[in-house]
Write a protein that binds this ligand. Structure first.
Ligand SMILES: [Zn+2]
Ligand SMILES: [Zn+2]
Length: 317
């Protein structure tokens, strides 16, 4: 039924090829500077000018902030694909704040809107407009009027009823400054006397730019390249490379067919460490009520909308 509503929306909305996009220069300059500084951070690492402990710290930050996005913002808050104890929700909100990808409320609203109107002008990162726009361009240009208009139709009542999410939304600017900048940069300076600039270029800029690009690849590469065994009529595709980089978010044709499945992939698929983390947290009692599509549901969907040439290999795998 949900799929049917989405198909109707797409027919009516589509993508206007003549729409002229207005650039938000403040954001464009910020992203340009961030990437330049991140490249310098990479140079510092490659030329062995960064302490080993700082590199370990960066790796920990990439995994935890990445999970704040994939497990927290995406699978838990956007799709309600499992339930989490208050402690786990709190932890995921902290990690999501450290990732610096906007507050949970805005992240979830944009993402629910992306699913409801995917690849039309009402989708914030409409992949019909190409790689650059769906990757980063959408964050440096004014929203299409349809994004604003249809954004109001997204049901956010569950997040509005969540005091922690609304508290983060109210104080997001200060929380972002503390969690995404101060803590990542100054912990290495305080704990093992890393140079403050080295820490800024690597633990802030490089780590931040990497996780942003990993997230954006799901909106760009996984909407453009790969096969479509579950729904041949949509852009989202199965992209193992994106899955490998993002902890399992690249099985995107499946994800758009069954957005509420905690695995975001058929049978769990390979390269899906977020699935592994969620299942480990279930054994410890932090995650429960995991939702998943049955084999029969997947098979029915493949027969109805999938690609028959891929069907037998997919079901065999
Ligand atoms: Zn998508
Ligand atoms: Zn999703």
């Amino acid at each position: 039924m949900e799929g049917k509503i989405d198909e109707e929306n797409k027919e009516k909305l589509g993508t206007d090829p003549n729409f002229h996009r207005e650039i938000v220069w403040k954001n464009a300059i910020f992203f340009l500077l961030l990437h330049l500084v991140a490249l310098y951070g990479l140079y510092l690492i490659l030329t062995l000018q960064v302490k080993v402990l700082t590199i370990i710290w960066i790796a920990i930050l990439i995994v935890t902030t990445g999970e704040g996005i994939t497990m927290g913002a995406h699978r838990l808050y956007s799709h309600k694909s499992f339930k989490a104890t208050p402690f786990l929700r709190f932890l995921l909100i902290i990690f999501q704040t450290m990732a610096g990808e906007n507050c949970m409320y805005v992240w979830v609203r944009d993402h629910r809107q992306h699913h409801k109107f995917s690849d039309t002008d009402a989708d914030p990162h409409n992949a019909t407009r190409g790689f650059f726009f769906s990757h980063i361009g959408w964050l440096m240009s004014r929203k299409h009027p349809l994004v604003k208009e249809k954004g109001k139709s997204i049901d956010m009542s569950d997040l509005e009823a969540d005091p922690l999410v609304m508290w983060q939304k109210r104080h997001y600017k200060s929380l972002y400054f503390i969690a995404a900048f101060i803590v990542p940069v100054f912990l290495p300076v305080w704990a093992w006397k890393e140079n403050v600039w080295t820490s800024t270029f690597t633990a802030f800029a490089l780590r931040y730019a990497l996780v942003l690009n990993f997230t954006w690849l799901v909106n760009s590469a996984a909407h453009l390249w790969g096969n479509r065994p579950f729904d041949r009529n949509i852009l989202p595709a199965e992209n193992p490379y994106v899955s490998w980089i993002t902890g399992g978010e690249g099985w995107h044709n499946y994800h758009h067919a069954f957005p509420w499945d905690y695995k975001t992939s058929e049978f769990g698929a390979r390269f899906n460490c977020t699935r592994f983390f969620i299942e480990s947290l279930r054994t410890k009692g932090f995650a429960y009520d995991l939702r998943s599509a049955s084999e029969e549901m997947i098979e029915r969907r493949c027969r109805r909308t999938g690609d028959s040439t891929l069907f037998s290999t997919q079901m065999g795998g």
